[in-house]
Design a protein around this ligand. Structure first.
Ligand code: GLN
Length: 488
């Protein structure tokens, strides 16, 4: 049996029964990386030695009766999360050799619960992108078909999970970066409620939108991972002082009494026919499970994308000001003045997409333009929030596609920056409103690629997302049939 193909909960049970050891499980995952990394290219930094040491420790702890809930389970991390024992590049030349002095809170939590960290996986540069193609290093391929992108910005997380190069991964989501790659690679991914998970040690992109969350092989694993990383952290002033529920308790059959909203505005958004078909089939499945379907309206949908890109770029321009060639990161040589050092380090250290966003964001925040752009975008954000609050008076969950299109071929969308921005239309509202949102595989496109279904819920209702997602998953045949990248 190939241990790398197990889900977290299957592996956990086998470890608990003593059928396998954490060392065997980790060795299987490392051998899998050797076999498929040449095609998948998900990792920026592998942690083979560290992972084996952690696995031995996990086995010792289990023998001593001190196993945490993730004891011995191999998990990868998006390279945007600080790790004290591995560099954190953010997919950028700017941080190519950056070694953080501490672990992000979520990393510390995983380690304290016994997880085995397999390494740091690739991403779009500073999490800006939707295909992982803006990364300064390796761009992952989609494990279902290597001609296609894995999605982004957490492309390495989704590819590593789908290819069996870890059992689960942590990503980050500012405008869809967990859900869209999860959808493209046939995995599950959740963007938790804003404040549900600590961001201490997450390199900031747009602070009013960023959240950390898991990408996993199924909904049960996703619930387990969120339970492990959620909760208040005094190091993050935006984290919520709310009890973390036992999410696995919400995985029960039947959706009686649950109203699922279908936004009428979401059907004219250039959604491909085969994607639409998977959404319709999934709605039928949710109905079979007992849910009631209701039509709702989100009238400000058309304005939300522009507001998102303004806010994200403005906040990014401010957050990325710290990379100046002086304190840490890339430093240009032969500069005879401080100004030159700043400008040359930033010109050479950042890639095209990041520079474009810093310039646009700085412009939007500059004096005289602030009211016309950032303030206006914030007002639109309030309107979008109101839309959702009103919709949630009529329904308990909102269902749609995650992305208007399935995974696209390399270079296809990157030639047209506007097209790639527009494809975020369905995921960005959850970041603008702070509400939780999950992506669950719904079926396959006409070209045989996964299509993810998005479910959104009011603040802190992750349990409902897991419940509905689990009920959908049980009725979808493709789930669990992960591809074979080694055969490509
Ligand atoms: N594609 C979006 C962007 O480029 C979302 C990225 C993200 O969620 N980190 O901004």
């Amino acid at each position: 049996m190939d241990l790398y193909s197990l889900t977290l909960h299957e592996a956990k049970e086998m470890l608990e029964r003593g059928d396998i050891t954490a060392v065997q499980l980790t060795q299987s995952v490392l051998a899998r990386m050797d076999a498929v990394e040449g095609v998948v290219k998900a990792y920026i930094t592998r942690n083979d030695e560290g992972a084996l040491t952690a696995a031995k420790q996990a086995d010792d702890l289990r023998r001593a009766g001190k196993a945490g809930i993730l004891c011995g389970l191999p998990i990868s991390l998006k390279d945007v999360l600080c790790t004290a024992d591995m560099k954190t590049t953010c997919g950028s030349k700017m941080l190519e050799n950056f070694q953080p002095p501490y672990d992000a809170t979520v990393v510390e939590k995983l380690k304290n619960k016994g997880a085995v960290i397999t390494g740091k996986v690739t991403m779009d540069e500073f999490a800006m992108g939707s295909s992982n193609e803006t990364c300064a290093f390796n761009v992952p391929t989609n494990p279902w078909n290597s001609k296609y992108v894995a999605g982004g910005s957490s492309g390495g997380s989704a590819a590593s999970v789908a290819a069996g190069e870890c059992l689960a991964s942590l990503g980050s989501d500012t405008g869809g970066s967990i859900r869209q790659p999860a959808s493209f690679c046939g995995t599950v991914g959740i963007k938790p409620t804003y404040g549900r998970v600590s961001r201490y040690g997450l390199v900031a992109y747009a602070s009013s939108l960023d959240q950390v969350g898991p990408l996993t092989k199924d909904v049960t694993d996703c619930a387990l991972m969120l339970e492990a990383i959620a909760g208040f952290d005094s190091h993050d002033s935006t984290s919520l002082k709310q009890k973390v529920p036992t999410y696995s308790e919400s995985l029960i059959d039947g959706l009686q009494g649950i109203r699922i909203g279908i936004p009428k505005e979401y059907f004219g958004l250039g959604i491909r026919d085969d994607v639409n078909k998977v959404v319709m089939d999934s709605l039928d499945k949710l109905k079979d499970a007992g849910a009631e379907l209701v039509e709702i309206s989100l009238p400000h949908t058309d304005y939300s994308l522009a507001a998102y890109y303004l806010i994200a770029m403005a906040e990014a321009s401010s957050n990325l000001a710290r990379f100046d060639g002086v304190r840490y990161g890339f430093r240009a040589e032969d500069c005879d003045s401080l100004d030159k050092l700043y400008s040359k380090s930033r010109s050479l250290g950042f890639g095209q997409e990041v520079k474009k966003r810093i310039l646009l964001g700085t412009y939007a925040l500059s004096s005289g333009y602030y009211d016309a752009y950032y303030k206006k975008a914030s007002q639109v954000r309030s309107l979008v929030r109101n839309d959702f609050n009103e919709a949630f008076a009529k329904c308990d969950l909102i269902c749609s596609a995650v992305s208007p299109v399935p995974a696209f071929e390399f270079g296809d969308m990157s030639k047209d920056p506007l097209a790639i921005y527009l494809s975020d239309i369905l995921t960005i509202p959850a970041n603008l409103t702070g509400m939780p949102s999950i992506s669950v595989p719904g079926g396959l496109s006409t070209d045989g690629l996964p299509v993810g279904i998005q479910l959104q819920a009011p603040h802190l209702k992750e349990d409902l997302l897991f419940k509905a997602g689990w009920n959908l998953e049980k009725r979808v045949e493709m789930v669990g049939n992960f591809p074979k990248p080694e055969a490509q």
